[in-house]
Structures are given as C-alpha cells and as structure tokens.
Design a binder for this molecule. Structure first.
Ligand SMILES: [Zn+2]
Length: 536
C-alpha cells in the first residue's frame, strides 16, 4: 500500500456547503486508488510520497461526457485538412498529400471546416483539380458532412438521378447531378463502406494518442459516443497493450434500419467488455442520432428553417420507432445516449424516454440528451421530470462562424438566441454534464469551462446570451460530478474519504483568474485510481 499526500494547494472538493459555496481545503491524502483524508487530517497522515502543489488547484479529475477518441486519434493518419482558409487550400493540401502517398488508393481526410463554402456545399470538381484519378473522401469537423471527388462519386454509383436516402441528403446541383457534398451517414455510408478499414496498428495508435491527450488535459473518464462492433476489439486490444490511459465507456451505435437485429450484438459487446475490460473499458450505453446538425439543414425542427421554408430538417428516426428502440435498450439495462440538436429531435427523444418509463419497470436511469442545442420552452421542465441529463459541449456556446455563417441564417434571430440554455435547464432542475465532442472541438475541459462561464470569443466581445452563463463552480461540477453521475460512478467527481483517487492539478484557481484566461491554465498532473497518468 502506498500513501500519497498533495499539499500546499486549493483543494476544491466539489462538495457544496449549506451556504452554497464549495468546500475547499489545503491538502488531500490518498492510499492506492482511494481518497483517505482531506485538510488537517490529511496533513497528519504519514505519507510515502508528498507532492508540493506550489499553491495550485486540485479538483476531482474531469470526465468527458461525449467524445470520439478513435476518430480524433485517426485524423493524424490522413491528409491534413484542418486549419485552411478556403476550400481550394484544402483541395491543394489533399493533392500534395496524395502525391506523397502514391500507394494509398483511397485518399482520406477528417476535420475540414464546413463553414468555408457557401451554404456548406463543396464541389467534387475542386478536388478533381488536384486528385483526378483516385477517390477522395473528406469528412468535415461536424462529422455530419462529407466532401468527395468525382472518382469517389463514380465508385459509389452516385450519378444523375441517384435516389435520395431517407436518412441523408446527396446534395444535387440545379441539373440534378451530385455536387460532391453528402449529408448524414445515410448519404455517405455507401462511400465509407468502400473504404478499407484502417490497419489495426493505426487504430491502436489512435487510441493511445487520444487517451494520452485526454490525460494531459486532466481527464480520467470518457464516453466514446459512437462505437461500431469492430471498435470493441480495438479498445480491448489497446487495453491489453497498455494503451488506454483513461477509463472509457463505449456507446454502441443503434442503426435506425437494423436496431432490432443489433440488440443481441449490443449484449454480446457489453458482456465482452465486462469480462475483458478490467473495469477500464465498459459498454453500458447505446447511441442514437435523433437528427443531424443545423449547419447542414439536417437537424429536426418543430418549425421550418428561415432560409429554406419548405424544410423542417431531417429526423433520423420515425418517432414511434425511436420510442420502441429506446424502450428496448432500456429494458436490456443499457443507458440511451441520444444526439438531439433541433427542437423536434429533443422533443422526440424526450417522448421516447417517457415512453420507456411507461412500458418498463422503474430503475436508476442515467440517460443522456447529447448536445441539447435547441429546446422548445415547453420541453425545458421535462428534463428534470424524466431525470434526463442534459449534456452540453460548452465550447460551442459562443457566437462563432458556425453560428454566424451556417446556423443563424437557418434559425432566424429568435431561435438563434435560444441555443445551449445551460443556466435555464439547470434552474429547472436538470442535471448537467459536459463533454467536448472532440475532434469536433477541443478536448480541453478548461477551454470549455472558459466558454461556459463567458460565452465570449474574445475579451472585447459582448457575451452571447449572457443570461445562460454559469459560474466557474457550476462549470467545474458539470465537468466532474455531472459526468460521474452520467457514468454511474457515484464514487467519482467529488473529493471525500473513500472516493476514487482521480485528481487533476492545475496551476491556478480558475475562480480567481480573468475568466477569459481559464482555458490557458496549465495542467500539472492527472491521477487515475491513484496512479499518475500525466505530469509525473
Ligand atoms: Zn459526437
């Protein structure tokens, strides 16, 4: 047994005192994987190791309530499509990479900026100019939009007159020919099905890179929010190799077209994780996409889009079918994790959960609405009533190009200024958890907390929807206890004797610095189950 004490710190316990303040003290002691004592009693315990935190800030380690480690980790293996200024710059970079990799048949890229083309429509011909002879498949940073060249369209059989899928959009030009932009997996899955699966070594190094990155940001647990059956192998193999540096729960993706046949596979995956996952890799969750995203016009809306008055977007499920599927996985003991962006999708997801509570026996449910972007006022109280956790990606709560270029024109002013109502939902009793959706946006919890607290892009900006800003304490709670609750780790996310020894050590108290600098506070150390995973 090893006892460690961290002292000379502001130890933020996450425990709220009767007056509303969070209890803080100056030191913490832990023995192996459990917290032993706080404050004066921690200082009295003889320790094998004493760490001087040099006046820094110790908190329960962060969790990420919605993240895509394998997608994010794989991006480095493909053509570099991030951080360009125009579609033509992206195409040129892809051309250079393709020339350097003459043996790779399918040229892939992940994470391009889908705000760079008018209405988010990217043309195959722009890519053809640089890569005419091999298929090119690029996915945008929203992970809902795909841009392909003509060779990829040809191989997928997408020509003039191609029938539209019910759960996606093959964007056509005025003459009815595919443009090269594909929205939602109903449209791009036929292309992705043609791609060779990345080599096992590539997948394993993606897990290693992603989870080590999370540890460096103070994270010890993540919800992998989109897993297909073969990914379970990847995680369990990575675990054996020592490449999994956070605890992870896998959300098994429910296909609207085949969820009934998937149910036995879900149970098999959960059992495998149970027997081989060593408590590090679990598979307790099933992921549903109720809709797409507003920027592509694929979110499901109660009222039409402003720039496209005939469209209310694209629900991925029939409401009755979603209700049946959610009830079925709930009955099997899984946690439904439902991506819902538009107000119709949010309502449909709440209706599905309500249906499950009617047809299934009561149980301790930790179900999650992921993203929670636009909620009709009538649905706000239903989160607390049904015990639905509102998961936000706080880094999105600012008026950036995603909002000004692609979202606001579709939603109009009233709906635009009603997005990501973190404070309102909390005031109505909803439990809040935070996540990053990395690689969509940064995995750094501190950067997310900065936006949750300020809703600003730069120090000079006016805050966007200032009434929805939350305190640093509440933002820390959402990224610690909120995520721990979501994952049913009731001994995590709070510092008290007997709790998990999962900590983060950062340089400064985020409550004491200029809020616009919270994201830049250096992380000094991360401990998971008492073992240092970063900064040792
Ligand atoms: Zn996601």
């Amino acid at each position: 047994m090893t006892t460690t004490r961290i002292e000379n710190a502001t130890v933020w316990t996450g425990h709220r005192l009767p007056g509303g303040d969070i209890y803080t003290t100056d030191s913490v002691a832990f023995e192996d994987d459990r917290l032993l004592a706080l404050g004066a009693s921690a200082r009295r315990i003889p320790a094998d190791e004493v760490i001087d935190a040099r006046g820094g800030f110790i908190a329960p380690a962060f969790g990420d309530g919605h993240v895509h480690p394998i997608f994010g980790g794989l991006e480095r293996e493909f053509a570099p499509v991030r951080d360009h200024q125009t579609p033509h710059d992206i195409a040129a970079a892809v051309g250079v990479w393709a020339a350097e990799h003459p043996d790779i048949e399918w040229v892939r890229g992940e994470g391009f900026d889908h705000t760079l083309a008018p209405e988010g429509i990217f043309l195959a011909s722009w890519l053809d100019a640089h890569v005419p002879d091999r298929p090119v498949v690029l996915r945008a940073t929203d992970y809902h939009t795909v841009w392909v060249n003509s060779e990829a369209l040809r191989r997928a059989g997408y020509t003039q007159g191609v029938p539209q899928p019910h759960d996606g959009e093959i964007v056509l030009d005025d003459a009815g020919a595919p443009t090269g932009t594909l929205r939602e997996w109903g449209a791009w899955r036929p292309v992705y099905n043609l791609l060779p699966r990345p080599a096992t070594s590539m997948l394993l190094s993606a897990v290693d890179f992603a989870t080590a990155s999370f540890a460096s940001a103070g994270i010890t647990w993540g919800q992998d929010a989109w897993v297909e059956p073969q990914d379970v192998d990847t995680w369990l193999t990575a675990l054996v190799q020592g490449s999994v540096h956070v605890d992870i729960d896998l959300a098994l993706w429910a296909d609207p077209n085949s969820w009934r046949e998937q149910l036995p596979q879900f149970s098999t995956a959960r059992d495998r994780a149970e027997s081989e996952g060593r408590g590090v890799v679990t598979a307790h969750t099933v992921k549903f996409f109720a809709d797409g995203v507003i920027e592509s016009g694929t979110s499901a809306m109660l009222e039409p889009f402003c720039d496209c008055p005939h469209s209310k977007g694209l629900p991925n499920w029939e409401p009755a079918e979603l209700a049946e599927a959610v009830a079925a996985v709930d009955d099997l003991g899984f946690t439904p994790h439902i991506h819902a962006i538009g107000d119709f999708a949010v309502r449909m997801a709440l209706d599905a959960m309500e249906h499950a509570t009617r047809v299934n026996p009561p149980r301790d449910r930790r179900w999650v609405m992921a993203h929670t972007q636009l909620v009709d006022p009538a649905d706000i109280p239903r989160f607390a009533e049904l015990g639905v956790i509102a998961n936000f990606e706080p880094y999105w709560s600012k008026y950036d190009a995603w909002q000004s270029e692609l979202t606001a024109p579709r939603l109009g002013k009233e709906r635009t200024d009603r997005q990501f109502q973190t404070a309102t939902l909390a005031a109505h009793g909803a439990r809040i958890s935070f996540g990053s959706d990395w690689p969509v946006t940064t995995y750094s919890p501190l950067e997310g907390i900065q936006v949750a607290v300020t809703r600003q892009m730069t120090p000079g900006d006016a805050p966007w929807m200032p009434e929805e800003r939350i305190s640093v304490d509440d933002a820390l709670i959402a990224y610690t206890r909120g995520v721990a609750f979501q994952s049913a780790r009731d001994d995590a996310g709070i510092l008290r004797p007997g709790a998990r020894a999962d900590f983060v050590w950062i340089d400064a108290d985020p409550r004491a610095v200029d809020p616009m600098t919270i994201g830049a506070i250096p992380v000094r150390g991360t401990w998971r189950r008492g073992v240092r995973t970063f900064g040792g």
